[in-house]
Design a protein around this ligand. Sequence first.
Ligand SMILES: *Cc1c(COP(=O)(O)O)cnc(C)c1O
Length: 376
Amino acid sequence: MINIAKPSIGENEWKSLKEPIDSGWITQGEKVKEFENIFAKIHKVKHAVAVNSCTSALHLILIALGIKKNDEVIVPSFTWISTANVVLHVGAKVVFCDIDKQTYNINYNDLLSKINNKTKAIILVHLFGLCVDVKKLKNIIRKDIKIIEDCACATGSSFNKFPAGSIGDAGAFSFHPRKIITTGEGGMITTNSDKIGSLTKQLRNHGASISEEDRHKKKSSFLMPSFNLLGFNYRMTDLQGAVGLVQLKKLDSLILQRSKIADIYFDKLKKISWLDLPAVPNSFQHSWQSYVVMINSKIEKYSRKKIMEKLNIKGISTRPGTHAVHMLSYYKNLYKYRPEDYPISMYCHNHSLAIPNHNQLTLKDINYIVKSLAGI
Ligand SMILES: *Cc1c(COP(=O)(O)O)cnc(C)c1O
């Protein structure tokens, strides 16, 4: 079976675990700090704060920004469900906005139409690794509206040389095995704001005023820190930090390899009339976390379900791109949405297809995938 995704992880990650295991310091410590420092450099931000998932990262950012009850946060309707869930977790209202069929990213006009005086923040999703032009948006919206970048798929992505997570108020990254680099589970907050940086550092660690690691370096390490915030345990372990450091070294080559696979797909799949291929604006660095095509045919033979079944029989695993979150039962029941409220998201929900693009694919696999699609 050719998997939809497979992490690029091996001998060096395995070896990197030895040091924390031998030292006995396995919770958040030096490795996490080093991982954060290098991550911040790569994404050209002042602060990087590691946590246990991208969802936790988004949650802490919303709290640090003071988003609360009666506030509205705009979220694209075509995304992973947790982009919306975190808004409900801080008691605010999710206001969905539709997307663009070519980029799978936010539709600017629909977004602008959803802004009102309760709008406190927008979560932009760099879906499948293609960035939204955050600068462009920043220039057209009210200055008091906060911009959060959901960079789950966009480690190493950029637009016009601006790295993902560097232009909004904060960015949230994921290191789940289906993303660009992995630490098993894991996430990162990026920000240029000292306030968001220090608040999220405290919030991830039970609200403690000082991390365990820094406390242990002090003479009076036996003294407990003060707790002036209601925090969580969203820490990343040093085992994950060690693995993340090895993964980061490979980041450029991982993205280059995925881009090369995408190039082959573009070249070979453009002849298939019932497929629409993804758009990539010039001077954007796509991470190609997923290569997502759209099935445009109304003929039953070319329905997505039929195509997925046929590919599955041939040993090729595929997935729908992602969800129209307004139609997932929790949100449908909560806000009484109808499918046609967000027509493009609904269309993508029904017609998008992610085909394998990961760093373990061989040229033989790629040719087989192309041949199998063409032969349907
Ligand atoms: C994967 C993903 C998330 C969640 O990341 P976790 O690290 O699993 O919490 C959030 N948003 C988007 C767009 C994603 O693809």
